[in-house]
Design a protein around this ligand. Structure first.
Ligand code: FPP
Length: 245
């Protein structure tokens, strides 16, 4: 059977398994994060090479603040250094950086660096790279509900007129839209509070590979799996095929 689907335009990744990768080697968990961080550049490059237009990476969830403080500090430090290290590549490759999540909870130095990189890359027209940091899908939906409720209270919008598009427009991912493909590494098969609204029709791809081992060829395999699937969006197979032409 030939493939039904084009290369995914928007790929989201839950970069999981850093801790277990390190523990299996008798090393501290933070060593896994260091190795995981080093993987990010290769995967961004490969996504770009494969014609992916938007890449959204789950770098730190709201729940991750509950980890041991040393681990949180290391992750923040890694993010900070990564932002500095990638500036040049971002500008050379015209990558546009955005962030979603409670950025105001980040340490000031990280927030400042992130804001600078976002500002610096704002006119870039290449790969649209979004980092989810201190992110929670439920939190995001709660905030959207609050904003819409405020508009109703202000008389700008009738409650009965609230439609899906109002939600979609208010989401932090509005500039890049919904992911076509979600990849989660490390063998876990759940979405862990990531992009809850946005993933209604996302194709899911789970691999046992731990994030520090996830190579460009693994990304190609995930994309290849996606291109062999038929996305039906609730239609019949025949309707979906007809809708493509
Ligand atoms: C999950 O592994 C990974 C994280 C919580 C952090 C992901 C962060 C990076 C890959 C580095 C920083 C990212 C960027 C974009 C610079 P885990 O610790 O939950 O692993 P485990 O499930 O094996 O414990």
């Amino acid at each position: 059977m030939s493939g039904f689907t084009e290369t995914p335009k928007h790929v989201a990744i839950i970069m999981d398994g850093n801790g277990r990768w390190a523990e299996r080697r008798g090393r501290p968990r933070i060593f896994g994060h260091v190795r995981g961080c080093a993987r990010v550049r290769d995967i961004i490059r490969e996504a770009d090479r494969q014609g992916v237009k938007a890449l959204t990476l789950y770098a730190f969830s709201s729940e991750n603040w509950g980890r041991p403080s040393v681990e949180v500090s290391v992750l923040m430090r890694l993010l900070y250094k990564w932002l500095i290290r990638e500036r040049r590549e971002m500008m050379d490759k015209s990558i546009r950086l955005r962030a979603i999540g409670a950025v105001d909870r980040l340490p000031e130095s990280v927030r400042k660096m992130l804001t600078e990189s976002i500002g610096m890359s704002k006119d870039n027209t290449g790969l649209q790279l979004t980092l989810a940091v201190s992110y929670s899908g439920r939190d995001e939906l709660t905030q959207v509900a609050q904003r819409l409720a405020r508009r109703v209270a202000a008389g700008e919008l009738a409650a009965d007129d609230i439609g899906e598009h109002h939600f979609a427009e208010e989401l932090s991912t509005a500039p890049v839209g919904d992911p076509d493909l979600l990849i989660r590494t490390s063998g876990e098969q759940r979405i862990s509070n990531f992009l809850l609204w946005q993933m209604a029709y996302t194709e899911l791809y789970f691999t046992d590979t731990m994030w520090p081992d996830f190579k460009p060829s693994d990304l190609r395999m995930a994309i290849d799996s996606f291109t062999r699937r038929q996305r039906r969006f609730g239609l019949t197979a025949r309707q979906a095929e007809e809708a493509r032409v």
